[in-house]
Design a protein around this ligand. Structure first.
Ligand SMILES: [Zn+2]
Ligand SMILES: [Zn+2]
Length: 148
């Protein structure tokens, strides 16, 4: 019997209620599903200036050694405490809560702005400010679509 597939009694009564109404009056399952999905669709991201939580990672200071080239260039060193080179503190980059580099002087990472992710991580040369999602159908999405 197909009733055994119905998960709850309330669902079963809801289904029978819909069946009881005229076919033209009831919203289809597809329409309902679509409405729910579009409410949560993220169409893009906008920079949310000022809400960053930043931290820095400590790297070994070895003034007697050569400066770590990678660190001087990117402000980050993947070898961290295991690196035998010197890491001058003035080159250290601040990292966001997502461990992405915060570089206010640089352009916002285009990949990050689109997806809220950056596969390059801390060495990425772009800026990664905090982003807020733009939902489909929201005022921000309308503004972005119309260019206002
Ligand atoms: Zn290093
Ligand atoms: Zn990036």
């Amino acid at each position: 019997m197909y009733e055994t597939d119905v998960p709850t009694a309330s669902y079963a009564s809801a289904v029978s209620a819909v069946r009881g109404t005229a076919a033209t009056a009831a919203i289809t399952a597809e329409q309902c599903d679509e409405a729910h999905r579009s409410a949560a669709i993220i169409v893009g991201y906008a920079v949310d200036e000022g809400s960053e939580v930043l931290h820095t990672v400590q790297f070994p200071s070895r003034p007697e050694a050569q400066s770590c080239e990678f660190f001087v260039k990117t402000g980050y060193c993947k070898f961290a405490a295991d690196c035998c080179f010197h890491h001058p503190a003035e080159h250290a980059v601040q990292l966001t809560a997502m461990d992405l580099p915060f570089r206010p002087g640089q352009a916002v990472c285009p990949f990050y702005l689109k997806t809220n992710q950056c596969k390059f991580g801390p060495p990425c040369k772009f800026h990664h400010p905090h982003l807020k999602p733009i939902y489909a159908g929201s005022a921000a999405a309308e503004a972005a679509a119309t260019g206002v």
